[in-house]
Unconditional design. Structure first.
Length: 184
């Protein structure tokens, strides 16, 4: 409304006043009537609701799922699902870590995964990581020699263990160096 040149400041003020003095169904009061206590109660109620949703839509480890591949609203839902099955490894907030038969892993948002037992287990997840790192075996300046869940070992950059936080050592790194220090 503000981009239209024919709306005056007085008209805009009256629209904003009407909006802010009208009861909103989502918060149960008018924005002008919101107090710090009501705001705190509202936030806690929404947080509890989100936690409940997370628990009820949670996928248990070991569940097999299919991935929604496209978002074409004119196709039937079943045609948008992957043909292969993947196994749920763990839940990470609103994302789910899934893996293929070769222990390669990928993280997907929960809403894109559908429990299913129809199909064959996928051999791998395309463009995914090798798998879940089980243990750090050795290190040098910029790399770690790691063993993956499937038993494969390789040298990887340190940043690969620090997803999203490249300067903060991961819990696996902390335990590796603690064990290394204890063995001295």
């Amino acid at each position: 409304m503000n981009s239209k040149p024919h709306i005056s400041i007085l008209k805009m003020n009256s629209l904003l006043n009407a909006y802010n003095s009208t009861v909103h169904s989502s918060i149960g009061c008018a924005p002008n009537d919101m107090t710090p206590e009501l705001e705190k109660d509202y936030i806690e109620k929404k947080r509890a609701h989100t936690d409940t949703l997370r628990l009820t839509t949670r996928l248990e480890p070991g569940t097999t799922v299919r991935i929604m591949t496209a978002s074409d609203r004119f196709k039937k839902k079943r045609s948008n699902l992957s043909k292969e099955l993947y196994t749920v490894s763990s839940n990470e907030g609103s994302n789910v870590l899934i893996k293929g038969a070769d222990h390669s892993v990928a993280s997907y948002p929960r809403f894109r995964l559908f429990p299913s037992t129809i199909g064959k287990l996928a051999k791998t997840i395309d463009n995914a990581k090798r798998g879940i790192v089980e243990e750090i075996l050795d290190h040098n300046q910029s790399k770690y020699k790691v063993r993956y869940e499937g038993g494969v070992t390789e040298w990887i950059p340190k940043k690969n263990l620090r997803e999203g936080r490249p300067t903060i050592p991961s819990p696996l790194e902390h335990s590796y160096f603690k064990a290394l220090e204890a063995s001295k």
